[in-house]
Design a protein around this ligand. Structure first.
Ligand code: GLN
Length: 517
């Protein structure tokens, strides 16, 4: 890799956009630099399930041609035109496979683009490829992918979080300046925390879910993954907005996000520490970095208050009833008839039920099966009221807790995850330990409110990234960017530059990661 390329991959999306606009660099150079980086390091990281070389370069060439032509062709280009992006492989794309990290969709191609992908194409952002994930986005470590785990660029023996570990690792390893993720219980924010990147779950309905393969529809949300707060704001403005193809899509424009990230001012704001979202069960180094961030926000003129959301202690329980219930319904369509894989029973009658059974037995992994069984049970007659019904009541109580908290604070703050990245394999056989990684992120999905995770420093005991989470009331996504930008700039001043500059250099040395590009 040349010096120039090595430098290009380290720029933020905002910086790349500026360099492209002044024609200091071309979109082909920028895209090629990232493709070279993927070729160099993805054998170790395994962030990508598919690399979209030709199409990405073709889109980049179109951007360069429009800029060279000048006049209206150049003026009409979107600010992010030519800035490449990676897309989580739960989001459907024409011209590239979509696997959802599952064997059941191996080799499947979508006949349509997700709305967010259409928007990326309209903005002429080259799509570098599709990123790895836990199967159907179920997991917190990306170890439940049918295509091998993704590894954390900070330590290749550790998990990159999940389910969107591929998107977070791609951005952390400088393989892409931006990525799309999906967040049902934390799958954008928790990988962001453990890889030292920024991840945002927008307000439910702020970004269309059309074309995101549904996990739990009332919780799912597509959102940005980036290295800076401003970059996430830029990306959310590209992908957001009303979509008639998603019946839960909001009509609010959400076009004040970039401005909020650029202003970044917390003077006079009230920031609420959620009593239930830190302390016991959180790693000491995580708590230390959290307290440091609180002090910085105080220094910047914010007032720190303490709030309590007593029903959050039931959030994980409610989530692990509501989510699998919706999963059991959403995944019924993978039946060996309509999509992807079909397995015929070895012997006996060839009925449709038996084909479905054989296909689902072979195509789904253990975690997916576990959740389908759990959800089917929770929804069954006789148990529906006791489990699903009660969980929905708890969901309402949590929403009310947040309403009360936001009467006292403009924004809430907590660590994003209770620990730093754990070792691959460490929690794979213990589903409950795995589920606990999401205690701090799940409440936002249950309440439909927006959440942002940004790097808060490295934990004292292991030198690994810690994430700080900000939460705002529904529709107030701009507040997250405003507060996030201030905290980010104060932290970077303290570190003398971006936190990712401290990550170990990756080389092309081979490992056992087993990338399948
Ligand atoms: N880790 C959580 C789960 O396993 C969240 C997943 C997600 O947000 N897609 O359900």
């Amino acid at each position: 890799m040349t010096e120039l390329n090595n430098e290009l991959i380290r720029h933020s999306a905002a910086d790349l956009a500026a360099k492209l606009a002044t024609r200091e660099v071309t979109a082909v150079e920028v895209t090629q630099a990232h493709l070279d980086r993927i070729a160099l390091v993805d054998g170790q990281v395994n962030a990508f399930l598919h690399v979209n070389t030709e199409e990405a370069l073709a889109v980049a060439a179109e951007v360069d041609a429009a800029r060279a032509a000048g006049g209206s062709a150049a003026e009409e280009l979107h600010a992010l035109a030519g800035v490449p992006i990676a897309v989580k492989d739960l989001i459907v794309t024409i011209g590239q496979p979509t696997t959802a990290g599952s064997k059941i969709l191996e080799g499947w191609h979508s006949p349509y683009d997700a709305t967010v992908v259409k928007k990326l194409r309209a903005a002429k952002m080259p799509i570098l490829g599709k990123t790895n994930l836990d199967e159907f986005a179920m997991g917190s470590s990306t170890e439940h992918s049918a295509y091998g785990p993704t590894r954390n660029p900070w330590d290749l023996d550790r998990i990159p979080g999940g389910s969107g570990g591929g998107s977070a690792a791609a951005v952390a390893a400088f393989e892409a300046p931006l990525a799309l993720g999906t967040d049902t219980g934390g799958s954008i924010r928790q990988p962001g925390a453990v890889t030292g990147t920024v991840g945002v779950k927008p307000t439910y309905g702020a970004v269309s879910r059309y074309g995101a393969i549904a996990m739990a529809s009332s919780l799912d949300q597509i959102g940005p993954v980036s290295r800076t707060v401003l970059d996430s704001a830029l990306l959310q403005e590209v992908i957001g907005g009303h979509d008639p193809f998603d019946s839960t899509s909001l009509t609010d424009p959400f076009n004040d996000l970039v401005a909020a990230a650029r202003v970044g001012n917390v003077a006079g704001m009230k920031i609420g520490i959620v009593k239930e979202l830190h302390g016991e069960g959180y790693q000491a180094g995580v708590e230390n970095r959290f307290n440091e961030s609180l002090q910085l926000l105080k220094d910047a003129g914010a007032e720190i208050v303490e709030v309590s959301c007593p029903n959050l202690k039931y959030a994980l329980g409610a989530y692990y009833l509501i989510m699998p219930s919706e999963v059991s319904s959403n995944l019924a369509k993978f039946d060996g008839v309509r999509f992807g894989m079909r397995v015929l029973p070895k012997d006996g009658p060839m009925t449709i039920e038996r084909v479905m059974g054989a296909t689902r037995a072979a195509g789904f992994g253990d975690e997916v099966k576990r959740r389908i069984i759990l959800g089917t049970y929770a929804l069954s007659a006789g148990y529906y009221d006791a489990y699903y019904g009660s969980a929905q009541k708890v969901r309402t109580l949590i929403q009310r807790d947040f309403d009360a908290a936001f009467a006292k604070a403009d924004v809430l703050i907590s660590p994003t995850a209770p620990t730093t990245a754990f070792k691959l394999g460490e929690k794979l056989d213990d589903p409950l330990a795995m589920y606990l990684n999401d205690v701090a992120t799940i409440p936002a999905n249950l309440a439909g409110i927006p959440g942002l995770s940004l790097p808060g420093g490295l934990a004292d005991e292991d030198g690994l990234p810690v994430g700080i989470q900000l939460l705002a009331p529904a529709r107030q996504d701009a507040r997250l960017y405003r507060v996030g930008a201030v905290l980010e700039s104060m932290l970077e001043e303290k570190w003398g530059g971006p936190m990712l500059a401290q990550a170990p250099e990756l080389s092309s040395a081979s490992t056992t990661a087993g990338g399948s590009n």
